[in-house]
Design a binder for this molecule. Sequence first.
Ligand code: AMP
Length: 395
Amino acid sequence: MRTLSDIDFKGKKAIIRVDFNVPLDDNFNITDTTRIEAAKPTIDKILKDGGSVILMSHLGRPKGKEEKYSLKHIVKKTSEILGVDVEFVNDSIGSDVEKAAKELKPGEVLLLENLRFYKEEEAGDEDFAKKLAALGDVYVNDAFGTAHRAHASTTIIAKFFPENKVFGTLLAKEIDSINKVLGNSEKPVTAILGGSKVSSKITVIENILDKVDHLIIGGGMTFTFIKAMGGKIGDSICEDDKQALALEILDKAKANNVQVHLPVDVVAADGFKNDANTKVVDVKQIPNGWQGLDAGPESLENFKKVILASKTILWNGPLGVFEMENFAKGTIALGGYIAEATQNGAFSLVGGGDSVAAVKQFGLEPKMSYVSTGGGAMLEMLEGKTLPGIAAIQE
Ligand code: AMP
């Protein structure tokens, strides 16, 4: 893996693809600065080496040049976080940008305007990538969140730096963590997959079946499995057309010696709302008019035993409708078991969208070994795909 330590940045200009796609409120204040903080180690290292930095990112999904998506809104906060006065140029290519990049001195940071103001970015336009490439001496990709996209700044640009292209600290850490889980990880390895649908996780499940010892299935996708196995699921969420697939997965798991753990009891509700009436019922005996919205206490006990005995843990997807307080208990408890296992020396990786939101919401983030910054990118890696942004650096 080519990383920052393979390059002497002294006197060099590094053009870094970062993921500064941060959430802004109506007054253009950043409501979550995690992504900027996550890029800081890479930027710090290059500046400390005596290099200068050109930052490029997208923000939102603008249709052409829309001021509300301008990266000018984040300049002040980024300067504060980096401890450097960030210079902003209101374009990503063109003569003003070239001039600003040329005049950049060691220790200085330049931020380009939102790359997606140009349709060429997402189109992966080679000429656009070439113009970006001309601004720097070294290309650094530190944007895991867009590593699964073959865009100009995430992938195509790399070809203009045959020797001088590396992963930033954040991206290297993401790749490392996932390799730790899917590669030669310490056994037993347990994957916990929750969330709403089997269909969105099917490729992940198929790819990890020969890599894990235990598979815990929770959340809404539980019920497709339970119904397929002949259980009564009441009004619980279910993908009827995926029942055969669910049985196939169980067979494959058996053939691979993977122990599958499904909930045995659930917190059922008489409506999809926080103040619905609830009762704990057998997962295979959910009455009509009731739906399973969280894992029950016996299920959680079972999951706890498996997790505390694991040495490597992957968690993707909540165990229940954690957005509603009354159905968040299973997800919170699960996070607690993973935290405990981690404290006892296990490696834990949380990734792929909603589970990341859950660990953040419940203050569990610092207790996990690694929490991924990229939802879609993480899922694609778990599916066993080669991400174009990663391949472009390795080629
Ligand atoms: P995903 O994006 O597939 O990871 O799914 C996450 C969503 O699944 C969250 O919004 C949860 O509220 C939802 N979810 C989890 N458990 C259930 C359930 N038992 N019934 C309905 N939705 C659920």
